[in-house]
Design a protein around this ligand. Sequence first.
Ligand code: NAI
Length: 299
Amino acid sequence: MKEVQGKVAFITGAASGIGLGLAQAFLEAGMKVVLADVRRAALEAAAAGLGPAAGRYHLMEVDVTDRARMARAADEVVEVFGKVHVLCNNAGVSGVSPMHEAGYEEWDWVLGVNLFGLINGVKSFLPKLRAHGEWAHILNTSSMAGLIPMPAPGGIYATSKFAARGFSESLRIALAGSGVGVSVLCPGLVKTGMMQTGAELSPVPADADGPSPFGAGVNMLDAGVEPIVIGRRALQGISANEAYILTHGEFRDELAEVFEEILDAFPPAPGPEAAARLAMENGRRQAVAAAKASLKQAS
Ligand code: NAI
């Protein structure tokens, strides 16, 4: 387990919900935190509730889709706290329209925040994470919707979260042995204002009468886990460099069904004609196995 006391984290989407839960858990553990969000007023309101952590947190108005701003944010964190150890790419939005009806503007918005926000975070912060020679970590917030398909209107969201998961898994392998760990956080329902935030930030109007698997007027997130619980669990996962940080045990059977369905789709075991292909695949397999072995050794 890595020592987190005194380490510095940059968290996007930190004005509310899970991002704020991460910030609270990190401050509780003695870390320094930069809370970044596109909503300045919400950031200030959140900071008012942070309690006795004066001097250990800093607010930054940042749009994760703005690459120049993200690059400046990385410089600013180092100016304020000297180093940065943990990047939490957490800002996220849910789409408002069924995926087959949504226009490009909505696709660009959701993928811009939920996928390119992660890429922009890594491009901007990775050099700073590696610069100090101490341990460092990237936490990407995906979702159970990154593992299980979603009914309308969740299709754009699920697309972005599957991408966030794929990005994280490959990044973890790419950075193995570099001193920078990568985890993907996949929560189920968490009690946040994501639906309201999405309606506020969406470039297209939300259709209040549109399809909902949960019933008209039902905010499914009201049944969710408190964000601070997710924040504390995520900190454990970061400290132990876990690949997947899963928080909702009720999804286990459903996920097993998804994997079973995929495994059932394979053709019968390949015959001798597959030998050349398998030989080609061996290099890739060995590279992944070596990365995983080095991660296991380091933990
Ligand atoms: P939230 O709406 O409370 O927090 C998201 C934050 O991201 C907001 O403060 C919002 O202002 C900020 N944001 C949106 N666009 C931004 C941009 N372009 N640049 C910077 N900040 C931006 O919602 P919540 O639930 O806390 O969401 C946080 C993350 O957790 C998201 O990635 C979401 O997809 C994910 N998640 C949420 C679950 C839930 O049940 N609430 C479940 C699984 C994943």
